[in-house]
Write a protein that binds this ligand. Sequence first.
Ligand code: ARG
Length: 572
Amino acid sequence: MDLEKLLTDRLAPAFAAVAGGPVDPVVRRSPRADFQSDAALALARRLGRPPRDIAAAVLDRAALDDLCTTAQVSGPGFLNLTIADRTLAALVGELAGDERLGVPVTPAPETVVVDYSAPNVAKEMHVGHLRSTVIGDATVRLLDWLGHRVVRVNHLGDWGTPFGMLIAHLVDLGEAEAARELSMGDLDSFYRAAREKFDADEAFRERSRQAVVALQGGDPRTRELWRLLVEQSERYFLAVYALLDVTLTSADFHGESAYNDQLAPTVDDLDRLGLLRPSDGAACVFPPGFTGRDGEPLPLIVRKSDGGYGYPATDLAALRHRTAELGATRLLYVVGLPQRQHFAMVYAVAELAGWLRPPARAEHVGFGSILGPDGRMLRSRAGGSVKLVALLEEAVARATEAARTRNPALDEATTAEIGRAVGIGAVKYADLGTERTRDYVLDWERMLSLDGNTAPYLQYAYSRIRSMFRRTGTGARPEAKILLAEPAERALAFELLGFAAVVAGVERTLEFHHLAGYLHRLAATFSAFYERCPVLRAEGELRESRLALADLTARTLRQGLHLLGIRTPERM
Ligand code: ARG
């Protein structure tokens, strides 16, 4: 049970009685006592009473004796609350026996569709797709653990006019050669070669146009060639996912092409609802509240002037499918911030059309860019976009090298496993540990450092606890009596009890840096505890209690990192 909540439940009725109406006691951790409530200060003006009086009246009425050793009015009217050691110990004891570490399964499970990763066929995945994949993976792990029905959707860019030129280029190369080039994972040069011909050669352009028509008309041979492109790319993306250690599988590919049959009916619906306006030959919806720089209303183009459907129509059809067919009430789109306006307009149109109605709601889980050391968009040395695989391989190579230097006696296989867990973990943590909407600089030194707010620091903290248990040869007893006397023990107890509240917050906000920050605080608090409170050298009940605290810390770190998609090696 979360202590903030426990105290809130006790204080709220007392505040309500004093104020003559409901009041949020605003309980939070405090450097002065264990917790404090500042609500009396805010009430003073309204009640026309000095805040210290209000606080004292609340204390008179609140039933706190079983929880707190002291409850005092301090300063201008704070309530300072000190939790009794036995209360704290009992709560931690409960936690130690709970496999879910105090985090309840949600009482209100929802169907949540998470749209993430979504690279484009025959194009290299770039760092934006890395962020989407990492944040999306943490999202599905968390919501799944909380008991929601999670549908992973990899909204692959596998449709649209560029496929004409890609297919025409494929025909020129011959299938065998094309498959060879694509399977090397060199998607960008394939795409670039097609593009160059398209720009230079009118006959090629014409063949490209015919290929698009044939593809959309369902011509079997053209479809086959398209399938080949898609399959080769999917194979490559799956290799990246395996390296990245995310839970996406081939079953989650649900690309833009999957909505092809729904595009015309979707736009027809908009027409029937009277929402379409012609604009330069295109069919548009003008959702209220969206204007361009010049103040003109902004259109969402749902059918282009050539009669084709584009990205917005596909997103509308997909959204309709997600609410109507999949029954989703929470729709998450993990896509970079530059697409913010696109999604805002898609949601607005979907609301107008009635496809998105409460309790269903859509959220753009937007994120910033990854920057190079120069503070500009990350670029390769040649100036092109950075190949994701190269970046991940570099992370693993650096971490493996560091593991070998640190521990030359370890066998090669173990070293490689540690290198992978730490290298990939560092990349993910650098991403998830930063406020989502901010840009961040890719800094190898910092990411891979064993101290600081990094994955390696947390993984190391975990492995140190595990190695302590290897030395004892026994585990902790989950039913061990918890004894809390030292300040460092109490501090650790408070952190351990805070996990549930942090997870509940992230469930709402999908701001994983709060979970990351929590884990970092927990590890740091543990390390202060470990310095001050001997564990293996303690005796009897005290030793048992400290082992239980250590074990609980390790389990919380492991679970928290697992939710971020980060592995916890047993040794480092
Ligand atoms: N393929 C797109 C891109 O690379 C991202 C798709 C995001 N999802 C969506 N439903 N639009 O930018």
